[in-house]
Design a protein around this ligand. Structure first.
Ligand SMILES: [Zn+2]
Length: 125
């Protein structure tokens, strides 16, 4: 996690790369908002560049992000972990707590044993 590296003086620069879509204009405004005001996980201090928009057909990086998103979607929407399970060790984690994957859900739904919730459960002990 960017913030963790920052605390240990191992700051790295990051990029926000988005797929070009017909929604590019509202996304550019949103990306400016993130850059100035931060996002859900705080401010983005170490961005190397303004958010970039690329054609996903020309970018293997964006295609990879699409595959990760698809695997994650299959896991959480259909409990199909075939593509997701091999990715779990790749999510950013510190002390066994996965920071690179957050499961947003209603607490009324009861306990969840997905990798994200499970890692945070260990953190509360
Ligand atoms: Zn969960």
């Amino acid at each position: 996690m960017q913030r963790n590296y920052h605390r240990t003086n191992e700051a790295h620069r990051g990029l926000i790369i988005m797929d070009e879509t017909k929604h590019e204009q509202p996304l550019q405004a949103l990306s400016r908002h993130f850059r100035v005001n931060g996002g859900r996980w705080g401010s983005y201090r170490n961005l190397a560049e303004v958010p970039l928009f690329v054609d996903s057909r020309a970018s293997r990086l964006v295609q990879l992000a699409d595959l990760v998103a698809y695997a994650t979607w299959r896991r959480y929407e259909f409990l199909d972990g075939r593509f997701f399970e091999p990715l779990i060790p790749k999510f950013d984690a510190d002390g066994g707590v996965i920071h690179g994957l957050v499961h947003r859900r209603d607490v009324k739904e009861g306990d969840c044993y997905c990798p994200s919730c499970q890692s945070r459960r260990r953190d509360q002990r």
